[in-house]
Design a protein around this ligand. Structure first.
Ligand code: ATP
Length: 242
């Protein structure tokens, strides 16, 4: 289980972006982290994955624990090896490399070549479109295929917890549906837990079991997805229904 305990994150020693965030992602669960632009969702994922310290940021208080270990401010590579992978927002593929090469880069923490081949096959099974495009340059993929590629690349590190930053952004509804269908399968079949950051609260709450709502660097509300979907404020501000 991942547990984030009251972390504060400061950039350039002055700007406090996370003002005491606590959240939990139990093993095998799907948890959504919601909130408006600039609330601090991306920073939360970057703090967990150890990246903030490379962007002039610091976890100056609080602790992040994973499976009994403190992982606060560990090297990002170590955090990946411990089983936590991040799919960053913006579908950053290596455009000049092929789909196959992009996927293999995701396995850079793995030593066992046979295992890497098996993992590659597993990813292609989940994402058959990537098999069709295996030798093509990533630049030539559609937005949806690029999103599949970055998720596939993260899976190559064999994560137990996969964190996804806005996977639906800018994609057509049918493509989003397909990607979430595959994510649900990965969660169900591999027991991979998912921490999902989304602007689209409806998609996220339908998909997750539990949700946290962030505003201005704090968690202002949390609960089961069902409870959150019935909450009047959430309906009005996040789901666009009254
Ligand atoms: P979005 O959906 O727009 O990504 P978010 O909830 O993920 O929103 P963050 O990206 O975490 O929000 O940003 C929260 C705040 O932190 C913003 O005001 C942003 O300008 C600031 N911030 C993020 N990264 C840095 C940084 N490296 N240096 C200074 N400020 C930063």
């Amino acid at each position: 289980m991942l547990s984030v305990n009251n972390i504060r994150v400061v950039f350039n020693n002055v700007i406090m972006v996370l003002k005491g965030i606590s959240l939990e992602v139990p093993d095998k669960s799907v948890v959504a982290l919601l909130g408006a632009n600039g609330a601090g969702k991306t920073t939360t994922l970057k703090a967990i994955s150890g990246i903030v310290q490379y962007q002039n940021g610091e976890v100056e208080e609080g602790e992040i624990r994973y499976d009994q270990n403190s992982i606060t401010s560990l090297d990002p590579d170590r955090i990946v090896r411990m089983g936590i992978s991040l799919v960053p927002e913006g579908r950053r593929v290596f455009e000049d490399l092929s789909v196959a090469e992009n996927l293999r880069i995701g396995a850079h923490t793995q030593q066992d070549r046979k295992q890497v081949s098996r993992d590659l096959e597993m990813v292609l099974e989940y994402f058959p479109l990537l098999r069709e495009r295996f030798k093509q340059r990533a630049l030539l993929l559609s937005g949806g295929e690029q999103q599949m590629l970055v998720i596939g690349r993260a899976l190559m590190a064999r994560p137990k917890l996969l964190m996804l930053d806005e996977p639906s952004l800018g994609l057509a509804p049918l493509v989003v549906k397909e990607i979430f269908r595959i994510l649900a399968r990965i969660n169900r079949e591999r027991g991979t837990s998912l921490l999902l950051v989304e602007q689209n609260a409806l998609i996220a709450l339908k998909f997750a079991q539990y949700g946290y709502i962030m505003e201005n660097g704090k968690i202002v509300l949390d609960g089961s997805s069902q409870t959150l979907m019935e909450n009047e404020d959430i309906k009005e501000f996040y789901l666009g229904v009254t």
